[in-house]
Design a protein around this ligand. Sequence first.
Ligand code: SF4
Length: 167
Amino acid sequence: MNKKPVIGVSRCLLGHAVRYDGDSKANTVVIEQLGDLFELVPVCPEVEAGLAVPRPPVQLTGSIDHPRMTGRNVPGLDVTEMMLAYCNSRPAELNQLCGFVFKSRSPSCGLNSTPVFINGECVTETSSGLFARAMTTVYPELPAIEESELEMQDKYQQFIDDVFQYQ
Ligand code: SF4
């Protein structure tokens, strides 16, 4: 029997309560449909980097190209170095993956949907989270999709085809 391709998934999409607010973002397309086709490997960059659940929410700030990850509501909170250290080491351990489903808008996991703030102003809403940047830099050919694109039938089907092709 052929082995199912293995893909990574932002862990909160699998219904695991790892978000900053102690909640999850269970996605039935991921769990029921992609879960039938692929072996799913849950990855939560913020928890794996050492942040707690629940935790103060963070956002990307200061620069679009080289943002920092700072507290949304807690002045002085800066977890940039912790997250960058994680992002420098973790992708190499995920070399068995044939694709990745990222959580939209997250400062860690957003693929093309993460806001960046400079001096309190939102300067873009189409940036990428720090972990998504790291994964797409280390694996530029890796099929990748974000949660918000799963409803777009053409992108969804393309992702599935690309994963089988990549395998
Ligand atoms: S979006 Fe990413 S970092 Fe945030 S809870 Fe989900 S898996 Fe963890």
